[in-house]
Design a protein around this ligand. Structure first.
Ligand SMILES: Nc1ncnc2c1ncn2[C@@H]1O[C@H](COP(=O)(O)OP(=O)(O)OP(=O)(O)O)[C@@H](O)[C@H]1O
Ligand SMILES: [Mg+2]
Length: 262
């Protein structure tokens, strides 16, 4: 394994108002691995993604992508360092078709004004459109290409959102609860799909409440509680960690997901 991690979070902090949401947090994501970021509701998982992707500035600390310090790099520029993400609440544009939403993802890769116009241009066929259709085809969604996203079932929308993020050709992909709301078949398909991304050399960080999903998918788990890391290791190691069990105790939903995985 390479000595340079895909993502290095070094002693970062963030507060909102008077509340410390992320507090002296450090962890690294090994290159080529599938890492899970878990923790009870409100632990700060989505905030970590927002800090890594540059949605919010840090109060202190530093973030490096593949050895490059991006602490002061803007959100848009971080994409050029190979970063892409999905959102906990799907951010597709409901009144555009599946294909158009994906083309917007490609726009990021194209860059610049020319790039902005290219994927969305009026020509019926261009390489972007062909590539977007092929990507939909790869995941068995070709039938939905021309459907308005807002009319599609939730599980399909989530898959389209993933295709959109992937077409930015990321080296590091952050997925915020990709399995939430999916049925068991869709969840299994997602697992297989994410394993395929690793084979293509993409490093994954997955926030997920479903511990069974994590057990199957991830070799490395980081556990947050109140914005700090309370454990790190293999799924089995963190499952048996006293502080982790304690953090999940008394939180019914989380506790249930956690015990199912044991
Ligand atoms: N923009 C913001 N302004 C104020 N408070 C915020 C903001 N974003 C997050 N928070 C607070 O930070 C804390 C952590 O939120 P975050 O969304 O990161 O948790 P999470 O671990 O993703 O939780 P969940 O599992 O419910 O998605 C919460 O108390 C939340 O209310
Ligand atoms: Mg969240």
């Amino acid at each position: 394994m390479s000595a340079v991690p895909a993502l290095k979070i070094d002693n970062i902090g963030k507060h909102f108002g008077g509340v410390k949401v992320i507090d002296q947090l450090s962890f690294s994501v090994p290159l080529g691995a599938r890492t899970a970021l878990i923790g009870p509701n409100g632990a700060g998982k989505t905030t970590v993604f927002n800090l890594v992707s540059g949605v919010y500035p840090l109060d202190y600390g530093s973030i490096a992508l593949n050895g490059a310090d991006v602490t002061h790099v803007s959100q848009g520029e971080r994409i050029k360092f190979g970063l892409a993400r999905s959102f906990q609440n799907i951010r597709l544009i409901a009144h555009l078709t599946a294909l158009e939403n994906i083309l917007l993802g490609q726009q990021i890769r194209a860059g610049g004004l020319r790039g902005l116009l290219y994927p969305l241009n009026v020509f019926r066929r261009n390489k972007w459109r062909d590539e977007a259709r092929a990507a939909l085809c790869d995941v068995g969604l070709e039938a939905y290409g021309d459907d308005m996203v807002g009319d599609l079932p939730y599980g399909v929308q989530k898959r389209i959102d993933l295709v959109r993020a992937e077409l930015a050709r990321p080296k590091l992909l952050l997925l915020d609860e990709p399995a939430a709301g999916l049925n068991p078949t869709e969840t299994e398909e997602l697992q297989a799909h994410l394993e395929g991304l690793t084979e293509r050399g993409i490093t994954l960080v997955v926030v997920e409440h479903d511990m069974q999903f994590i057990n199957v998918l991830c070799e490395h788990v980081v556990v947050l509680n109140f914005g700090s890391k309370i454990a790190e290791g293999t799924p089995e190691e963190v499952r048996n960690h006293g502080a982790v069990r304690e953090a999940y105790l008394g939180r019914e939903e989380d506790e249930e997901a956690f015990s199912h995985a044991s």
